[in-house]
Ligand binder design. Structure first.
Ligand code: PEP
Ligand code: MG
Length: 938
């Protein structure tokens, strides 16, 4: 058929055959459609068909009807398909059946709708029986079609059909669907037609074009279905990534034509480990969705070699061609129809982090991809999964049951049998494991809030397994020993009955299920991960440092590959139990002498801390920030103190009352008094001794003093209050103690021959004058340390840039500061005037949900606002001091998108929490590799 003809009919080209669609244009044809075109064009065995574009979908959604002329185009393409296959749509002699499948530019597994066996009606059913000589197969196809069409196109719930299916199986003693005979399926098809008639208010459409028209509309509508919309929101799929779904109309091939037929799904590499073997599952004599839906538990592909050797050879060939063409691990679906293997779909395989890393390293070594591709194909956040917890190796407990190891990692939690309950409990902070017979896309909200998923049916490519792997959550699937009873809210495994709320542990790496909570250990770096991150470091321009506050954190950060510490928050050291009383003493001091005495006790402690951190990071820079938070954060709250004081007053009154007890009793009941006089006298004596100690008075007056101080320190806006450098200006002795501790620790290290690069950083700076004053202290103390320790400590002095004014004055700041570190947590707060403490629990979720803001600016750097301030500060600072060192140490330092921006504006390093360091290293490499394509958001 001519392309012009197609254009004239609709005024726009809405349909492409698999032979003429552009395999690269996923936005227009959807991922599935584009791949069907590409596979057809590279000569793979794909059943013929065509794709209706996403543009048609958008037009449909806007006008709520199919675009003008589209049905005419579809009819012409169906006629061409009839010609190609030699079959007739609706034909009673040799019927053509098609599948109608959704598919958008981004893979959204199971989120939208698909209809199979379309074109079956009373006439073509007879044709199919004649054509195949297999009435069982034909009735099976028919009843499946009626159910799918009823559900998707007419909105009739599955349960109405499932009930009849279950009743039929009971009546005929059939264990599985395949045990039903042709006559049973014929009867069932009749019952299904009745359900449709009864529930849809009209007979099941017999005209195949009417079926097709209704189905295309239904698939288009599924783009806006709840689960698709939820999925896009959760995975942040924006319209510029995928806009509308295409509809793929594809000739049906049948895997349920007997034992020389089958259907399956496969990955070109193991998606759980990355190992280079065909991985997947298949079922003999089964159709379409059976494997994914988990209705029967399928067999591993390895068994296919023995069971269907001819088909297995074709499968191996398909595997090789897919990988060598796409240069990416493929996730494909195939059907074997009477010994001939067809590829129905392929897409880039969704694998977990471990598998992505291993396959990246191995595909590079096998010459399939370049080093750049190896780095670029992994989303940095996926590396987090490599750090998934594993069961403690010391644990030798006996499992309750074993299912399939569907998604690695171990998790414990309370059992819930329902996705909505999993969501509710998860949101309230409980750790839950979602336990289901099988999961469906409607359960997706439960996945988000569960620690792990356990199913009693379905394979490693079932819905539960695929979704859990994508999310990096542990999953055990197909655990058939477990009998789940949703209604009674329990699950039975042999002798054991588990109830909702009981704690279990699942290990998605082995498939074992354990009763109770099992201790877990954190994962270690794999050799492939180390290799990949080594490549990343070679490519990246940005260095990756860590935020670490203790020597233990520093050691861990180094293991994660941090090349320095970009932020030591010294206040975290103040908060530990042995130091807090001294810090409180310092705060409560009435005179400078008293304060100095407390500081003198803190000095050796801080010095020892810094020395240990410098040692752990030997050879690398360590940026120590002087005290930042307001003083009252180290004291109890006023409310707590008031309560304690009130209790103490009560105690005092009680003691007084007890004092009067003997006299009162003597008056009221002299005989009783006489009886207990001895004991009472003893009590009065003891109370007297207690009173003489004035213990409660002392405690009360101490607490009252603290309360007075707490009230005096109280501020309406503490985050904008007396904190950071402002404290250092008001109490220079505090900063002096810290500066001395840093420089002395450095001198002591230097004396031991440990190479160290200390940097002193001042928080909350807003004016040049503030920085100058603190710099004065540093220079003075440096001289003293030189005199007392005989070592001229090399150090850098710098400022945090977290106050808007500091960014504006960066040019002048750089006259004194040798480095800047952007504190983007506070800078975001200051730029938006959003409280970083409260915004995320109050209005921000609604801002994100309604599109006022695309992201949470405390998570993803606001490039348009905060980013502009940063860029200005970088440029102005470097004008003054060309070798100014620049970094970022707010949470954004570990966020891949923010890292791309930091790379673009020429920052030297990012600093983030230890476990995010590997993510940042990969993101830094990607930022370099993609710098030419980078665009600021508009
Ligand atoms: C910042 O504000 O970004 C920062 C790193 O400091 P803190 O989070 O300690 O205020
Ligand atoms: Mg800050």
């Amino acid at each position: 058929m001519g392309k012009t003809e197609n254009l004239i009919a609709t005024g726009r080209k809405y349909i492409y055959t698999f032979e003429d669609g552009d395999g690269k244009n996923k936005m227009l044809l959807g991922g599935k459609g584009a791949n069907l075109c590409e596979m057809t064009q590279i000569g793979l065995n794909v059943p013929p068909g065509f794709t209706v574009t996403t543009e048609a979908c958008l037009t449909y959604l806007e006008a709520n009807r199919l675009p003008d002329g589209l049905m005419g185009d579809i009819r012409r393409h169906m006629a061409a398909l009839e010609k190609k296959t030699g079959k007739g749509f609706g034909s009673a002699a040799n019927p053509l059946l098609v599948s109608v499948r959704s598919g958008s530019a981004m893979s959204m597994p199971g989120m939208m709708d698909t209809i199979l066996n379309l074109g079956l009606n009373e006439a073509s059913l007879q044709g199919l029986i004649k054509q195949t000589g297999n009435p069982r197969f034909a009735y099976d196809a028919y009843r499946r079609f009626i159910q799918l069409f009823g559900k998707i196109a007419l909105g009739i719930a599955d349960e109405h059909f499932d009930e009849r299916m279950a009743a039929m199986k009971r009546r005929t003693d059939a264990r599985l669907d395949v045990d039903l005979a042709a006559a049973h399926l014929e009867e069932l098809a009749g019952q299904f037609l009745d359900i449709v008639k009864h529930r849809a208010g009209g007979p099941f459409p017999q005209d195949p074009y009417e079926q097709l028209e209704i189905s295309v509309g239904a698939v288009f509508r599924s783009w806006m279905g709840k689960r698709a919309v939820d999925y896009r929101r959760q995975f942040k799929i924006t319209p510029d990534m995928a806009n509308g779904t295409a509809v793929n109309v594809c000739t049906m091939v049948f895997g349920n034509m007997g034992n020389d037929s089958g259907t399956g799904v496969g990955f070109t590499r193991n998606p759980g480990t990355g190992e280079n073997t065909i991985y997947g599952e298949y079922l003999v004599n089964a159709q379409g969705e059976d494997v994914v839906a988990g209705i029967r538990t399928p067999r591993p592909i390895a068994e296919m070699e023995r069971e269907m050797p001819g088909a297995y050879r074709q499968l191996t060939e398909l595997h090789n061609r897919l990988e060598s063409h796409y240069r990416e691990v493929q996730d494909f679906e195939f059907t074997v129809e009477k010994g001939r293997l067809y590829c129905l779909q392929t897409r880039n395989g969704k694998m977990n982090g471990r598998a992505m890393v291993r396959s990246s390293v191995e595909m590079f070594r096998e010459g399939i991809i370049s080093k750049e591709r190896a780095l670029l194909r992994i989303q940095p956040v996926m590396l987090e999964q490599l750090l998934v917890p594993q069961l403690s190796p010391e644990f030798l407990g006996k499992p309750l049951a074993q299912g399939l190891p569907a998604s690695p990692g171990a998790a414990s939690g309370k059992i819930v049998f329902d996705a909505s309950l999993a969501e509710a409990r998860g949101l309230s902070g409980e750790r839950v494991i979602l336990v289901r017979e099988e999961t469906k896309p409607d359960d997706i909200h439960g996945f988000f809030h569960a620690q792990g998923i356990l199913t009693s049916r379905g394979g490693k490519t079932s819905h539960a397994a695929v979704v859990a792997r994508g999310m990096g959550k542990p999953c055990v699937s197909g655990c058939e020993q477990i009998v789940i009873n949703d209604k009674a809210h329990n699950a039975v495994i042999g002798e054991t009955t588990l109830h909702e709320g009981d704690v279990i542990t699942i290990d998605g790496s082995t498939g074992y299920v354990y009763a109770g909570e099992v201790p877990t250990v954190e994962a270690k770096f794999s050799a492939e991960m180390a290799t990949l991150l080594g490549w990343a470091d070679e490519v990246a321009r940005l260095k990756v440092m860590a935020n670490a506050d203790t020597p233990a954190d520093a050691i861990r950060a180094r293991e994660f590959g941090a090349v320095g510490i970009g932020l030591v928050r010294t206040e975290r050291m103040f908060n530990s139990t042995d130091r807090l009383p001294i810090v409180q003493e310092m705060i409560l001091a009435e005179t400078q002498e008293e304060r100095q005495a407390a500081l003198d006790r803190l000095l050796p402690i801080q010095r020892a801390d810094f020395k240990a951190i410098f040692k752990a990071m030997q050879g690398l820079p360590v940026t120590v920030r002087l005290l930042d938070p307001p003083m009252h954060e180290f004291l109890p709250t006023a409310a707590q103190l008031e309560l304690e004081i009130a209790h103490l007053h009560q105690l005092r009154d009680t003691i007084k009352a007890l004092d009067d007890l003997p006299d009162t009793l003597k008056l009221l009941n002299p005989r009783l008094y006489q009886q207990y006089a001895d004991g009472l006298n003893k009590l009065t004596g003891a109370l007297q001794t207690f009173k003489n100690t004035h213990l409660e008075e002392n405690v009360i007056s101490r607490k009252e003093k603290v309360l007075r101080k707490v009230r005096a320190l109280a501020e309406v806006n503490p985050m904008l209050g007396h904190r950071g450098v402002r404290l250092g200006i008001s109490y220079p002795e505090i900063y002096s103690m810290q500066i001395q501790a840093i420089l002395e620790a450095a001198a002591l290290c230097a004396r031991e021959g440990i190479r160290i690069y200390p940097e002193i950083m001042v928080p909350q700076v807003g004016t040049v004058e503030e920085l100058k004053r603190i710099h004065g202290h540093v220079e003075r103390i440096h001289k003293v340390v030189e005199l007392t320790h005989g070592i001229d400590v090399q150090y850098k002095f710098g400022s945090m840039l977290e106050v808007v004014r500091a960014c504006v004055r960066a040019g002048r700041m750089a006259e004194i500061a040798e480095f800047f570190s952007f504190g983007t947590n506070d800078l975001t707060q200051a730029t938006f005037s959003f409280s970083r403490e409260d915004a995320e629990n109050k209005f921000l979720p609604a801002y994100n949900a309604t599109g006022i803001l695309q992201d949470n600016p405390f998570e993803v750097l606001d490039i348009k606002g905060v980013g502009r301030l940063m860029k200005m500060a970088v440029d102005d600072g470097r004008k003054t001091r060309p070798d100014l060192k620049l970094g970022i140490c707010g949470e954004h330092g570990g966020d891949p998108r923010s890292i791309h921006f930091c790379h673009q504006i020429g920052i030297d390093y990012v600093s983030c929490s230890g476990p995010r360091v590997p993510i940042a290293r990969l993101a830094a490499a990607q930022a370099k590799l993609q710098e030419a394509e980078y665009r600021d958001p508009v």
